[in-house]
Ligand binder design. Structure first.
Ligand code: NAP
Ligand code: HSE
Length: 432
């Protein structure tokens, strides 16, 4: 019998789940025209039936029993917006094994167990879409999988965590310290009560792992990503960056060269003219370089109820269109190659170094000679200020292999003339 509607079961009615219900409701007629059938929320699974909700549902729609979504043959699309690894993984696999199609926003799960989920989707010819898992409302997954599919992607570089971008933007604008701005981000609801995953870079690492997998057609997991967070960035680093013509951003960077993939998350100096330097507050942006398209940038809100729901609902519509045209499974997993990951020690970058040293003759020469012996060439050397018997110096290196820089720093740390290596931050120029 021909379908008269697309039935959706939602797992979770928190920030994103509520947004999905609202967007499906507020744009109901337009969505029905685009799909050719009405799209209806049939069931919503939560943990606690008595919790106050920001959306009203008809009696019987809310349930604590996942089987009412996963086992009901009338449900076409399962939307997983619960978060976490389990039971989300088990529920998605159960849905796929029942021949249902799945939309998820779950970066934590995809960045670790993506292969298992995509294999199950392929086995059953199901759609498994995940636009909201990276950069909230920005349509970056579909862009990579569809609109840019004709390119060989060389580089993906992005600001993919709103919380840390908010913190760094405020530190830059106000000259404030990290702790002070983190407290404000928490008060405004940008940062979680436990902001570790954002501040330490793990949220961005999950997102860049997902983007790298699609961009380079090879499975990249969270374990492959080198991660550094922003907790070590000080107001002084931000001031020196500005004086040198840079801004500091937490970047996710993935590149492919010679069949080898490098993938990392760390704070970086980027030139103030770079388009990513102008991305402020909680906004996200992803800069992609393809061999045919050249440079492109995608900008928007990386989180929040309605922006994230925009991505989830876009995926629901894509699944619904595939169902109405009987072409489900059309855009499958694109990891059809196996490329090695470049060890971090072999990655090349320029570096900003801030050191506290004894303020006496010959100190700089001693440091320069250690760098020279390790093949680290210096581009800029500045003495910034004196602090009692110490002076603060700032150095910018030319591009060097990470390992050479780290070896040099180990030696420099042991010099009697060096009081402290105060900070080390990579510098990203526009290199492809
Ligand atoms: P949330 O506000 O914490 O909501 C989670 C929902 O899932 C709640 O309704 C909760 O039920 C339900 N839930 C959790 N565990 C469950 C279980 N075992 N059984 C049944 N229901 C369960 O989370 P969120 O912010 O909406 O995020 C959802 C997903 O979207 C996560 O994967 C997140 O990473 C991703 N995401 C979020 C954003 C964002 O801006 N928030 C942006 C992009 C991606 P109760 O309400 O009864 O507790
Ligand atoms: N915590 C994330 C951020 C939002 O700050 O960007 C969810 O992906």
């Amino acid at each position: 019998m021909a379908k008269d509607r697309i039935s959706v079961g939602i797992l979770g009615l928190g920030t994103v789940g509520s947004g999905v219900v609202k967007v499906l409701r507020q744009n109901r007629e337009g969505i029905a025209h685009k799909v050719g059938l009405p799209v209806e929320v049939a069931k919503v699974v939560v943990r606690d039936l008595n919790k106050p909700r920001s959306v009203d549902l008809l009696p019987g729609v809310l349930t604590t029993n996942p089987a009412e979504v996963l086992e009901d043959p009338a449900i076409d699309v399962v939307v997983e917006v619960m978060g976490g690894i389990e039971p989300a993984k088990e529920y998605i696999l159960r849905a796929l094994h029942r021949g249902k199609h799945v939309v998820t926003a779950n970066k934590d799960l995809l960045a670790i167990h993506g292969k298992e989920l995509f294999d199950a989707a392929a086995e059953h010819g199901s759609d498994l879409f995940f636009e909201a898992s990276v950069a909230g409302g920005i349509p970056i997954i579909a862009a990579l999988k569809e609109s840019l599919a004709g390119n060989r992607i060389r580089k993906v570089m992005g600001i993919v965590n709103g919380t840390t971008n908010f913190i760094l933007s405020k530190m830059t604008a106000l000259g404030a310290g990290f702790g002070e701005v983190l407290a404000e981000a928490q008060a405004l609801g940008y940062a979680e009560a436990d902001p570790t995953a954002d501040v330490e870079g793990y949220d961005a690492a999950r997102k860049i792992a997902i983007l790298a997998s699609i961009a380079f057609n090879t499975r990249v997991t969270l374990r492959d990503v080198y991660v550094e967070g922003i907790a070590k960035i000080t107001a002084r680093d931000i001031t020196y960056a500005r004086e040198l013509g840079y801004v500091i951003k937490l970047l996710g960077i993935a590149r492919e060269a010679g069949g080898v993939v490098e993938v990392r998350v760390h704070p970086a100096f980027i030139p103030r003219e770079h388009p990513l330097a102008a991305v402020n507050d909680a906004f996200n942006a992803i800069f992609i370089t393809g061999d045919a398209v050249g440079d492109t940038m995608f900008y928007g809100r990386g989180a929040g109820e309605l922006p994230t729901a925009s991505a989830v609902v876009g995926d629901i519509i894509a699944v619904a269109r595939d169902l109405t045209h009987n072409v489900s499974g059309r855009i499958a997993c694109t990891c059809f190659e196996q490329k090695p990951i470049r060890p971090m020690g072999e990655v090349e970058a320029s570096f900003y170094l801030r050191l506290a040293v004894k303020d006496k003759p010959g100190v700089l020469a001693g440091i320069a000679s250690v760098f020279g012996n390790q093949d680290v060439s210096l581009a800029t050397v500045l003495q910034k200020k004196t602090m009692g018997e110490d002076a603060e110096i700032v150095l910018i290196t030319h591009r060097v292999q990470e390992q050479n820089l780290q070896d040099a720093l180990c030696i420099i740390e042991g010099l009697s003339t060096v009081t402290e290596i105060s900070n080390v931050i990579r510098v990203v120029e526009g290199e492809a």
